[in-house]
Structure formats: C-alpha cells, structure tokens
Write a protein that binds this ligand. Structure first.
Ligand code: TYD
Length: 212
C-alpha cells in the first residue's frame, strides 16, 4: 500500500502554492510515476461534473444538506476511481482537500454540525482516512486578505462568504486537529511561504523517513 496525504486549510492559507512545491520536492525523490496529485471535489469525470454543479454561480438556491451530500458523493467516486487504485499501486497520493474539508465547511461554516457531517462521510469514505493530513492554519481575517490580494479574479461562490463563515471553518478545523492528533499535523500558514514549505517537508519526512 502507498501513502495517503491530504492537505487542508481555509481559503487563503496558500495551500495551492505549498502543494505545488511539495509535489516538485517529492517528484525529485520518488519520481513522478510514484506520485498522484489530485483534488476535491474532482479528480475524475464524474466528480468533476459534481464539482461543476457545486460551483455553478446560478445554483444560489442550493440547500446546505444537498451541498454536503454532493461533496460526499464526489469524494466516494474520487476514492474508488483515483485514490484507492494509486494506493494499491504503492504510490504517494497528495489530495488537495478530503473529508476534513466537509466537516469544516459544511459542518462548521454551514452549521450542519461537525459530528453529523463526519457521520455522513463515513458512508462515503468507508474507512479510508489519510495516513497524514497537513492542516495549514491561518487566522481568518489574514486568510481573507490574502484571497482579495492574490486571486480576486478567481474567487468562487464559496469564497464569497463572509468573515464569520471563515471563522467557523477555522474553528471546526482546530477542533478536528485536536481530535485526531496522530493524523492531523497543524502548520502555521501565516509564516512566509518558504517557511511553510520547509515545515511541511519536515512533517512529511517524519512520516516517510525513506525520503531523507
Ligand atoms: P477550490 O477552488 O478547489 O480551491 P481551494 O481548495 O484552493 O480553496 O475550492 C474548493 C472549495 O470547496 C473551497 O472553498 C472549500 C470547498 N469545499 C467544501 O466546502 N467542502 C468540501 O468537502 C470540499 C472538498 C471543498
């Protein structure tokens, strides 16, 4: 079996930049063919189609429970089509978001309750939890400021939620990190990017000593 690593964090934590750097760093060590970089919601045709429904700007009337179910459905397909086959082939899987995103955004941000969303997702993930989850933590107002500075051109429907939403998301993430101290490692994402990347590399090396 390979190694499953998920990356989590509120919007504006710099997750994409950190993941790109980690991908490069891992490719140099294990080779591109031993690595799968993937994202949620998405990864395959069906999950990307669900993603289009979730992020369609015209779907302003989407019920929060519908949203939660669609994220879980996209996740299920992602596991079966992408993650599990790569793990069976012995690869390192880097997933941009996984189950903790649903707990934080739908459970916390949308007030559906972290426990209910965790339960709902047990059906979808059927026991598959990451070996390691890197949680990039950033204070909500700083995260929002970064979004408006760097990527105002690509702000999506969910990004547009207010500060309160982002604070609830962060609160849920911090609770998850406390509940799963062995799986979830928190990295301070308010540091300069280079430091965030180095800190993330150290965390991964600890779990995968063969990389050193
Ligand atoms: P995306 O544009 O892929 O980028 P990023 O991960 O860099 O923010 O947006 C994904 C959005 O979907 C993000 O706002 C978090 C949200 N999301 C949920 O609300 N629940 C989920 O289960 C997942 C996977 C994502």
């Amino acid at each position: 079996m390979g190694t499953f690593i998920s990356f989590e964090g509120p919007d504006g934590a710099g997750k994409t930049s950190v993941m790109n750097a980690i991908q490069q760093w891992l490719e140099d060590r294990v080779g591109a063919d031993q690595l799968l970089l993937t994202r949620e919601p998405g990864g395959n045709r069906i999950s990307e189609q669900i993603r289009d429904v979730l992020f369609d700007d015209q779907n302003t009337n989407m019920d929060p429970r519908t949203e939660a179910l669609l994220f879980a459905a996209a996740r299920r397909q992602h596991i079966v089509e992408d993650i599990e086959p790569a793990l069976r082939a012995g690869k390192i899987v880097l997933s941009d978001r996984y189950v903790d995103s649903s707990v934080a955004y739908q459970g916390g941000g949308r007030h559906l309750g972290a426990d209910d969303i965790w339960e709902l997702n047990q059906f979808a993930i059927h026991g598959l939890l990451p070996d390691l989850t890197i949680y990039l933590d950033i204070e909500s107002s700083l995260g929002l400021r970064r979004i408006s500075e760097h990527r105002s051109d690509q702000v999506n429907r969910l990004d547009r939620e207010q500060l309160h939403f982002h604070q609830e998301v962060r609160r849920a993430y911090l609770t998850l990190a406390k509940r799963h101290p062995n799986r979830i490692v928190t990295v301070d994402a308010s540091q300069p990017l280079a430091k965030v990347i180095t800190a993330t590399q150290r965390v991964i090396e600890k779990r995968l000593p063969q990389l050193k």
